[in-house]
Ligand binder design. Structure first.
Ligand code: A3P
Ligand code: MG
Ligand code: MG
Length: 380
């Protein structure tokens, strides 16, 4: 088992022994061999329906159903149905970890740690999307983040808090951007069927309340992880038939006409695609290339494990090992800082591009995110 740099880079601000610790994010500090990452195992599934109601089953799982001729133009119109056949999830509702906690509460019997005397056999419990943000931090130049952490009965819960800048961006999203977001979901509808042998039905409504989520257990270095992530579809004809390998992540991006454009795509966007799918062990990403009129002009399939090779030729590109070593270091930093077991105590870790990671401590109720029903259920 190989370990990346862990406690090493943690620094005290202004070399004052009483100043809070910070963690640098500079990529070069984490340029070490790839750390140990255990093959992700699916330990559960749940669904959110058209009304965003939770179900402890796979009813929202869809099946990968690409067009029969993987030719240059599958004839998808990603603008079709906008905005009349579009039901958008209410983004003002801050769900936090609630759906995942509900799954944990309902499955706590199977999750018990036998020796360590904690109800959950996991160091960290979070959403896959939060881990994706951590992984890409050493290369991110635009968007900062805020992560709230509470230690409760031996497990660290990590839940994102929307930054002021992100809220402003969300509230001032242009009509063009809103339509582009719709197009990402519309692509899923063109590529997925409701049954393993079915065909897609693009005449239906696009409803972003609906989600199928996989629950994954894995380990990064010394950190055991339990996280959940939304999955676009499963491929009934996948060469790797078991979940999570059989899952397929669908993506849209602007069609590329030059090598320079493709290189830029690898540097900027592929890192996010890779991190999102690598974490839960989703083995394939299928890209739909969007033309200026909103049609899909081509499809391309990427094997998640081969993305390493695609980017290795560009020495100034991002490195998967840096992302993973940084994540391990951040988790070690969190373990070092958050030591009081108390569901009402929140440490807020903050990062802005160009700065190290810092944190603030909140004993007031404003940032508490573990709901009372969850604390009571796991205390029983
Ligand atoms: P694209 O993937 O084509 O960008 P996901 O790809 O994670 O399954 O998400 C499905 C779609 O949700 C995305 O399609 C995009 O349209 C929208 N989406 C995801 N994350 C988003 C974000 N942070 N901001 C705006 N839209 C987002
Ligand atoms: Mg998705
Ligand atoms: Mg997708």
């Amino acid at each position: 088992e190989r370990e990346g740099p862990q406690d090493g880079p943690i620094k005290r601000q202004k070399s004052d022994p009483k100043a809070p610790l910070t963690l640098p994010v500079t990529a070069s500090r984490y340029d070490a061999p790839f750390p140990f990452y255990r093959r992700p195992a699916e330990i559960g599934r749940f669904s959110l329906d058209a009304q965003r109601c939770y179900h402890g089953d796979a009813r929202q799982l869809r099946y990968y159903a690409p067009p029969p001729t993987e030719g240059p133009s599958p004839g998808f119109d990603l603008r079709d149905g906008y905005p009349d056949r579009y039901v958008k999830r209410d983004e003002d509702v801050r769900e936090g970890l609630d759906h995942l906690l509900r799954w944990v509460a309902q499955n706590r019997k199977e999750l018990q740690a036998e020796d360590k005397g904690r109800p959950l056999n996991a160091d960290f419990v979070t959403w896959r999307g939060h881990l994706t943000k951590i992984l890409t931090t050493p290369y991110e130049t635009r968007d900062g983040w805020l992560l709230a952490v509470s230690l409760f009965r031996g497990s660290l819960y990590v839940s994102e808090v929307e930054t002021e800048a992100a809220r402003e961006q969300r509230e001032q999203r242009s009509d063009l951007l809103k339509e582009l977001t719709y197009m990402g979901y519309k692509f899923e509808q063109y590529m997925c069927a409701d049954t393993p042998d079915g065909t897609p039905d693009p005449s239906g409504v696009v409803n972003t309340n609906e989600a199928f989520c996989t629950v994954i257990r894995t380990r990064l270095g010394t950190h055991s992880l339990l996280f959940s992530g939304e999955v676009d579809c499963t491929d009934p004809r996948s060469p790797w038939p078991d979940p999570p390998s059989c899952y397929v992540e669908l993506k849209t991006t602007k069609v590329m006409h030059s090598l320079a454009h493709r290189k830029n795509f690898y540097r900027q966007k592929m890192i996010k695609w890779w991190a999102q799918s690598f974490l839960p062990g989703v083995s394939r990403i299928v890209a739909g290339y969007r033309g200026p009129d909103g049609s899909v002009v081509g499809l391309e399939s990427f094997e998640t494990m081969k993305i390493f090779q695609l980017i290795r030729e560009d020495p100034s590109c991002w490195k998967p090992a840096v992302c993973m070593n940084f994540c391990a270091a951040f988790l070690a930093f969190v373990k070092k800082v958050v030591t009081e077991d108390n569901p009402k105590l929140v440490h807020l870790f903050a990062w802005e591009p160009g700065h190290p990671i810092s944190y603030t401590v909140h004993r007031d109720s404003d940032h508490i995110f573990l709901p009372d029903w969850y604390v009571e259920t796991l205390s029983a």
